[in-house]
Design a protein around this ligand. Structure first.
Ligand SMILES: [Zn+2]
Ligand SMILES: [Zn+2]
Length: 257
């Protein structure tokens, strides 16, 4: 366990050279998981949080080596800190959002609210004024691309649906999957949040594809990590729900940019 910036960031090693960082003063239902992977030649950061406090100023380890900041997708809870890094990767379908982020296209409006903090919100913070800083991609990713850390290689799986440029990163050698917001271990199941660019039919195709990936450890964009059995269970619960007659309407946060 590590603590940084007066407890704003916490960290925990999850094995295989992977460390979880999280914004500890943001409630679990809002904050994302920030995954750091140590490679031989360079490191990878999968997602960077809301960007309210500097990752580089807070966490000395992030300054010691080259860090590739990869976005699982361009929602504000995942890419708010990308502007701090010199190497910024995002799927091509969301490159435009990273270059010209707005409160609507990053879903800061309506996602970011004063109630998302545990206790006091940071001094000077105003939910209505929050925005993601522009962080144009230095590399746009597409299906089949590889993020190469020297001795570790993560394959890009394009899994649109939650957003058009959602990706997962899969390491064949270890069976580790970083699954973003597509498959996670939230209590309410997956696929419940419908945003302006969510396409539910694509989401279903993406999770059916992901089900076939031989994972051993899944690190999602939110909530706790899990293994193969839980992964299959989460996906099967979603597929069964979508196929059941009279499938209930999902929670919509569908403000159009
Ligand atoms: Zn998202
Ligand atoms: Zn998210």
């Amino acid at each position: 366990m590590g603590s940084y910036a007066d407890g704003w960031f916490q960290s925990r090693s999850v094995g295989d050279g992977v460390t979880l960082f999280w914004e500890a003063r943001i409630k679990p239902d809002y904050r994302c998981n920030i995954w750091h992977v140590r490679g031989r030649d360079r490191d990878m950061l999968v997602d960077t949080g809301f960007g309210l406090v500097s990752l580089l100023d807070s966490i000395p380890e992030l300054n010691e080596r080259t860090v590739l900041a990869v976005g699982s997708h361009s929602h504000c809870d995942h890419v708010g800190g990308h502007f701090e890094f010199g190497h910024r990767h995002i799927h091509a379908a969301e490159a435009e959002i990273m270059a010209r982020p707005t409160r609507l296209n990053t879903v800061a409006d309506p996602y970011v609210v004063d109630e998302m903090f545990e206790g006091e919100k940071p001094v000077g913070f105003s939910a209505a004024d929050y925005e993601v800083k522009a962080a144009p991609a230095t590399r746009t990713l597409i299906e089949g691309d590889v993020v190469d850390l020297g001795d570790r290689a993560f394959e890009v799986l394009h899994i649109p649906g939650h957003s058009p440029g959602s990706i997962a990163l899969y390491e064949e050698k270890t069976g580790i999957l970083f699954s973003g917001d597509v498959v996670h271990n939230g209590a309410n199941g997956i696929g419940k949040l419908i945003l302006y660019h969510t396409v539910e039919d694509q989401f279903l195709i993406s999770v059916e594809r992901l089900r076939k990936v031989p994972v051993t450890a899944v690190h999602g964009g939110h909530y706790a990590s899990f293994g193969r059995d839980r992964y299959t269970e989460i996906i099967d619960e979603y597929i069964a729900r979508k196929r059941s007659p009279g499938c209930p309407a999902e929670a919509r946060m569908a403000k159009k940019p």
